[in-house]
Ligand binder design. Sequence first.
Ligand code: CP3
Length: 350
Amino acid sequence: MSPSINHLILNAIQKKPINRTPIWIMRQAGRYLPEYNKIKDKAGGFINLLRNPDLACEVTLQPLKRFNLDAAIIFSDILVVAELLNLEFEFIEKKGPVFFNTITTKKDLGIVPNKFDISKLNYVFEAIKLVKNELNNSKPLIGFIGSPWTVATYVVEGNSTKKFNKINKLVDEENPIIDDILSLITNASIEYVQKQIDAGIDIIMIFDTWSNLLTKNNYQRYSLSYINKINEVIRKTKTPIIYYSRNTYENLNLLKHLDVDVVGINSDVDIKIVKKNIGERFALQGNLDVKILKEDNNTIKNEVKKILNNYGIESGHIFNLGTGITPDIKPEKVALLVDFIQNISPEYHL
Ligand code: CP3
């Protein structure tokens, strides 16, 4: 982490006194912004865009030009790590990721190289360096990975299924292949995350979007235990870690033992309850329901106030949505949200 950055989010992570609540938005560079769609068309689609460091840098900075956000997040995707396993995929408009090859059997493991060629992801590290240069330490840059479990759902299913039949079957029958797959993704993620840190990211976020498929015991076994291995490596670098999952409430007891700095939460849980249970140990990020951004301005303001009230007068809260922003949201609503947070949140800091 760049020692010269002394910024709201980094202070909020350490629960140091700040004068207002910081805000950024998951998927802040995305299809709800016309300028994003323009560059994506110019690049020839999403995957070409994220593989072009100059354009990825430009798109990363677009939302910061429009709104007074407190962090940038590097424009990429959690699935690029699969390239290290020699898996190939494309993104189909309105359908999401589709893999040309998947891993579901021991035989499929034959495709995975003995040694990862990390240079395949040089386009990410280049983009990070370009963004860091542009930001010039004015704001932190967030890098990210998917949790091994969440990435595994795509590596096994091969697409953005809503059913997850194949991976659920492997878990149900306690098929040892699942540990092989998770270990491979973990090892690839360790190399990938280390390189992102070397390239200059200030914070690392781990997306465990599909942790909610797992029962409590399986969550520890198939998700958290692998994340712990990655965290051990990140910890050596002192880079702060944000962990995001969608079933915080059911797993509060397990989360207590996770070695991260911030827990990102979904909108289906009251931030007050999460704070009461794990707020001593972690800063919290979240958790406005993205659908509220389709409501009138007063409703948006009331819902934002509710969240600020529920967190209370204390440092340690990073405002965000509970999930990524969707293409149907009007940029004006994001402007309203960001301005409102800047104006009202000083009341929540003494
Ligand atoms: O937050 C950001 O602005 C940084 C960029 C980012 C993207 N994906 C860009 C993206 C991040 C952090 C992600 C994470 C990601 N990717 C997750 C975890 C978080 C989450 O939202 O649940 C997951 C599960 C993926 C995999 C993925 N990528 C899916 C399932 C899809 C298709 C669904 C969709 O929203 O279209 C993507 C595509 C994707 N990733 C887009 C963007 C901007 C849309 C692609 C486009 O512009 O066509």
